[in-house]
Design a protein around this ligand. Structure first.
Ligand SMILES: [Zn+2]
Length: 124
């Protein structure tokens, strides 16, 4: 019988894209699991000195807000800051942004989420 080791990668990716330019402003990742760290055989072979990418110990739900805060606090230079964030209607992310981002950030809903919200209100 052949068995296959299935590795489940639990990771989150985030990016900030400029509305006018369409260019990527910032990117970030949160990785919950490292196959090398969790494998005792690999660790015994000296793999403890690997380029470990695991950088998140919290919940999956917390990844988005943490990434948003990190990317919004990342400064390319002193003249640049993101003042408006367009995204889904995740209140947790905006609560964290308002607590932890060094400058004021306004929240806009993207068109798809705004349509869904209006449809829900209109049907109820
Ligand atoms: Zn690792």
């Amino acid at each position: 019988m052949t068995a296959q080791l299935i590795t489940i990668c639990i990771a989150g990716h985030g990016s900030l894209i400029g509305k006018e330019t369409g260019k990527v402003i910032a990117v970030g990742t949160r990785v919950m699991h490292c196959r090398v760290c969790s494998n005792k055989k690999l660790s015994a072979l000296g793999a403890s000195k690997h380029d470990c990418r695991a950088n998140w110990g919290g919940s999956s739900k917390g990844m988005e807000s943490d990434l948003a805060v990190e990317m919004l606090n990342t400064k390319k230079d002193d003249t640049f800051q993101v003042s408006t964030l367009i995204g889904d209607d995740d209140s947790t992310t905006m609560a964290m942004v308002r607590q932890k981002v060094n400058h004021q950030v306004e929240k806009w809903s993207d068109v798809n989420h705004a349509k869904k919200s209006l449809g829900t209100v209109a049907l109820s």
